[in-house]
Each structure stands twice: as C-alpha cells, then as structure tokens.
Design a protein around this ligand. Structure first.
Ligand code: ZN
Ligand code: ZN
Length: 117
C-alpha cells in the first residue's frame, strides 16, 4: 500500500489555473471557507494569486483596486493650508482640499443654505 504524502479528502477539487494553466488543489477546507464568506471559487493557483498581489503592492496602475488597501498621498489643502492625505494621486493643475473643506465646498454647491435655519 502506498501512503499518500498529503491527507486528501474526496471533496478536494482540482482547478485549472487561468493564468499559468496548471491544476491546483482547492481543498474541501478551502471550499468551506469560501462558501461561508460567499466567495467565488478561485480561478488562479496560489502562486499566481501571490504574484498578482505583489504586483499590485509595488504600485502598478490598476483601475480595479477596490479590495486593495488604498495608497494615500500627502497634500496641502488649497483652502486652509492644512496637511492632509487623499486616496488618489493629486493633479498638480487642480487644487486639493482637506476633507473638511471638500465637504464644505460640496455643501455650497448643493445650495442647501436656505434649508438650514
Ligand atoms: Zn497559476
Ligand atoms: Zn482645508
């Protein structure tokens, strides 16, 4: 009898990685974990997922960064001069405001002045 190197449950699935084309193991335990959290099963092997993660971390341009930690940029508020940070790259040709001034300018634009007395 051959002893298997790893404990494998019959519920383990092999998934074909969409990046490198290798089959990787989606174990029963992982399936449960994903299911509990309502995640879709992974389509990439761990190697490829790690690779993509580290690419993201190194500051590549990516429009789909909703789940990633946002990079913050330090700016000086154009209105009150306080130092603040914003979650986007500041455009040097436009003024950047701190959150307070930003909200204030939005309120002004919304024209809710007469409602508030
Ligand atoms: Zn892969
Ligand atoms: Zn300000």
């Amino acid at each position: 009898m051959e002893a298997t190197q790893q404990e494998r449950s019959p519920d383990d699935k092999l998934i074909h990685c969409t990046d490198c084309g290798k089959d990787f193991l989606f174990t029963a335990g992982e399936q449960r974990y994903y299911e509990q959290r309502g995640f879709n099963p992974p389509r990439r092997c761990k190697d490829c997922r790690d690779k993509r993660k580290s690419e993201k971390d190194s500051g590549r341009h990516s429009s789909a960064g909703m789940d990633a930690k946002r990079e913050m940029f330090r700016v000086i508020c154009a209105s009150c001069g306080v130092e603040t940070s914003v979650p986007f790259k500041p455009d040097p040709s436009r003024p950047v405001f701190c959150q307070r001034c930003y909200l204030q300018s939005r309120e002004d634009k919304a024209g809710g002045r007469s409602r508030n007395d």
